[in-house]
Design a protein around this ligand. Structure first.
Ligand SMILES: Nc1nc2c(ncn2[C@@H]2O[C@H](COP(=O)(O)OP(=O)(O)O)[C@@H](O)[C@H]2O)c(=O)[nH]1
Ligand SMILES: [Mg+2]
Length: 311
């Protein structure tokens, strides 16, 4: 079956808000990376909505999943519809615990307000799966109010989240010891906000002070970035974080920063898309006796032909 046929089978239910159709639509873009843009453009004809995307990144065990659970539960309880993307999930979401009896007995992924999708990060150019961009777009077309992405902060994929998400939060845990060392790796520069999680632990305050001091030593805009002290598991400070995320987004919208970020994202997508297609073409061609220049123009011609065939 072509993607068009599969699309036609599910699109009615998709726009009626049926979760099963959303799941199938995401699978459709995942399985057809070369047609994903066409699928998304078709979806976009029916929707004009944009939804803020918020990324939570940080070391394994920092408490990202627990924090996402608390944050998402808070929004779901206010009847907001939230899409969650978990890249290589290593820990469960426990939203039932936060939402209480309302949905405790039900599988959270079947709740009308929340849909969770897991994706593997393997085999992509930037570390974070290229398909994430497409999945976010499908979720936007579905009509979610917000899209949350959890990624394990491991070098490259931590950087990629900056392109995928409008806002990035770095979740840190005071019990991991070497988090401040991340400054040296430049990883911390990417975050819009820092979350010191597990503030209920005895060493948390000292950690927080150290973080704030380290930030103050950096003599640029970074020092103005927010630090939050929260306990995800005890639901402390999450409401303040929720408020700030919305305020930060509307500040970005009024200052024009959001458009800069969207532009940066589009460039990144085009680049990684081109890299993938070019890589396929290059691998399938014989170099033969061609010089670098000749081989290069052969590839470009081949690419232009393939693009023309696609349309
Ligand atoms: N003491 C304490 N433990 C927490 C808190 N938040 C999360 N944890 C625990 O930290 C561990 C890792 O949490 P998880 O959300 O899976 O971390 P992730 O790997 O970053 O997604 C789990 O055992 C959580 O119960 C907190 O605020 N305080
Ligand atoms: Mg996790």
């Amino acid at each position: 079956m072509s993607w068009e046929q599969q699309y036609n089978l599910i699109s009615d239910d998709f726009f009626k808000g049926r979760i099963y159709a959303l799941a199938k639509m995401i699978t459709l873009v995942e399985n057809n990376p070369d047609s994903a843009w066409k699928i998304i453009e078709t979806l976009k004809k029916n929707t004009l909505r944009d939804a803020p995307t918020v990324g939570f990144t940080g070391s394994p065990g920092a408490g990202k999943s627990t924090l996402v659970s608390a944050y998402v539960s808070m929004m779901a309880a206010k009847n907001q519809k939230i899409g969650v993307i978990a890249v290589d999930p290593s820990s469960p979401f426990t939203m039932g615990a936060f939402l209480g009896d309302r949905i405790r007995m039900r599988d959270i992924s079947e709740s009308e307000n929340v849909y969770i999708r897991s994706v593997a990060s393997r085999g992509s150019v930037g570390g974070l799966c290229d398909a994430i961009y497409d999945i976010v777009d499908v979720m936007k077309a579905f009509g979610f109010d917000k899209i949350i992405i959890e990624t394990v902060g491991a070098g490259q994929s931590e950087i990629e989240i900056v392109y995928v998400a409008d806002t990035v939060l770095l979740v840190m845990s005071p019990d991991s010891g070497d988090e401040i060392q991340m400054f040296k790796a430049g990883i911390m520069e990417i975050a819009d906000g820092y979350v010191v999680n597990k503030i209920d632990l005895p060493q948390a305050n000292a950690f927080s002070v150290k973080l704030r001091n380290t930030l103050a030593l950096e003599n640029d805009v970074k020092s103005k970035r927010k630090v939050f002290e929260v306990s995800a598991s005890k639901n402390i400070g999450v409401e303040e974080l929720e408020k700030w995320i919305d305020e930060f987004y509307s500040d970005m919208s009024s200052s024009g920063e959001i458009f800069k970020r969207h532009e940066r994202r589009l460039k990144r997508r085009v680049r990684s898309n081109l890299m993938r297609v070019m890589d396929d073409i290059i691998s399938s061609q014989e170099v033969g006796k061609n010089s670098l220049r000749e081989f290069k123009s052969l590839i470009v011609k081949k690419y232009i032909q393939e693009e023309a065939c696609d349309d």
